[in-house]
Design a protein around this ligand. Structure first.
Ligand code: SF4
Ligand code: SF4
Length: 315
C-alpha cells in the first residue's frame, strides 16, 4: 500500500483510508465485534489511515481495534459542534472512545455548510486550534461537500487538512460541477493543505464502473488519499487490489454489488423527490422519511441525484 504525506502536516498515511461510516448504526450496522475484526484486517493489509466522526458512532470500534497498535495508525475524526463548549465535549469524547493520548486529525464536520462556516462556528474552530496548541490534536481542518467551502478553506492559514467530496459524476457536490470542485482542490493543494477525498464511488452509486470511478479520481491533481467505506472482507480485498493497481476478479466485482442495499440517512427531510423518481416503486415516505422496499430496489441509483440532501446511499 503506497504511503503519502498529507500536505504540510507531516502526517504519513496510506493512500487508501478505511471509511467507517457504513459499518456503524447509521448505515449497515455491522455488529461491533465483526467491525473491529474488519478494521484489524485492514491494518494487517497495510492500511494505516481510518476515518470516523462523532456522528458515525464508530469511534469505540476503532478504539478497540487499535488498542495494541496505536503508534502505527492515523485516525481522522470530526464533529458538527457549533460552539466552543460543544467542540470541547466532542474532542474529549473522541480521545476517550479512541483511547488515544492525542488525535491525529480533527475536522469540522460541515457537509452542506457554506464558506461562512468559519465565522458561524468560530467558537468550535477556536477550540480545535486550542487543543492543537496543547498537543492534543495534531492537525485541524474541515470536511465539506461544497465547492465554495473548499476554496475558502484554502485561504485559512490555520487549516491543515481539507476533506472534500469528489467523484466522476459529481454526485453530492454542492455549488458546482466536478470540474469546479477540482479547481477548488487545486487551489487548496497550492496552499499546501493535506487533501483526501470522500465519496469517490458516489456513496455506492458508481460501483457498476468502479474502475472508471477510480481512474477518474486518480487524475484529480492535489488529492493525496481517498476514503472508501467498507463493510466486509470482499470489499476490503477488492479496494486494496484497486489501489495496488491489481486486476479485480469478476466474482468480487459482482459480489460487491450483490450484497448492497439502499439506505436513507437521518438527515432526509421527507421531501418526496426520490419517491417520484424511482422507476421501480421501491421508495415511500413513512414517518417523515423515505424508506426503501429492498425487494423492489434494483440499485439503479436514479434516486440519488435528485435528493437535495444527498441522504440516499447504497451500502
Ligand atoms: S429526496 Fe432525499 S430528502 Fe427527499 S425524501 Fe428522498 S431521501 Fe429524503
Ligand atoms: S436505487 Fe433505483 S430502484 Fe432503488 S430506490 Fe433508488 S431509484 Fe428506486
Amino acid at each position: 500500500m503506497r504511503k503519502v504525506t498529507l500536505g504540510a502536516s507531516g502526517i504519513v498515511v496510506s493512500e487508501l483510508c478505511f471509511g467507517t461510516l457504513p459499518l456503524g448504526p447509521l448505515q449497515a450496522n455491522i455488529p461491533p465485534e465483526q467491525s473491529i475484526r474488519l478494521i484489524q484486517k485492514a491494518i494487517d493489509a497495510g492500511i494505516n489511515f481510518i476515518d470516523t466522526a462523532e456522528m458515525y458512532r464508530t469511534q469505540p470500534y476503532i478504539g478497540a481495534a487499535i488498542k495494541d497498535r496505536k503508534e502505527e495508525i492515523v485516525i481522522s475524526t470530526k464533529s458538527t459542534a457549533a460552539t466552543y463548549g460543544e467542540m470541547q465535549k466532542s474532542i474529549e469524547k473522541a480521545l476517550k472512545e479512541l483511547g488515544l493520548p492525542a488525535i491525529h486529525i480533527f475536522l469540522m464536520h460541515a457537509a452542506r455548510e457554506k464558506a461562512d462556516v468559519f465565522t458561524k462556528r468560530e467558537g468550535a474552530f477556536q477550540c480545535l486550534l486550542d487543543y492543537k496548541q496543547q498537543g492534543l490534536i495534531k492537525a485541524v481542518g474541515i470536511a465539506t461537500h461544497t465547492v465554495e467551502t473548499v476554496a475558502a478553506a484554502a485561504d485559512v492559514k490555520e487549516i491543515d487538512i481539507i476533506f472534500p467530496i469528489i467523484n466522476r459524476t459529481g454526485l453530492g457536490i454542492i455549488g458546482g460541477t466536478p470540474q469546479d470542485m477540482i479547481a477548488a482542490i487545486r487551489k487548496a493543494a497550492a496552499a499546501q493543505k493535506g487533501i483526501y477525498a470522500m465519496k469517490i464511488f458516489g456513496g455506492g452509486h458508481l460501483l457498476d464502473d468502479i474502475k472508471g470511478a477510480y481512474q477518474f479520481i486518480r487524475t484529480v491533481p492535489g488529492l493525496q488519499a481517498y476514503v472508501v467505506g467498507m463493510i466486509n472482507e470482499t470489499e476490503l480485498v477488492m479496494n486494496i487490489k484497486l489501489f495496488n493497481d491489481e486486476e479485480i476478479p469478476q466474482h468480487m466485482l459482482a459480489r460487491a454489488k450483490k450484497d448492497k442495499k439502499l439506505v436513507t440517512l437521518s438527515f432526509c427531510t421527507g421531501c418526496g423527490q426520490c419517491v417520484k423518481t424511482c422507476p421501480n416503486d421501491a421508495l415511500s415516505i413513512k414517518d417523515g422519511k423515505a424508506v426503501c422496499n429492498q425487494a423492489n430496489c434494483l440499485l439503479c441509483g436514479y434516486c440519488n441525484p435528485v435528493c437535495p440532501q444527498f441522504a440516499l446511499r447504497i451500502v
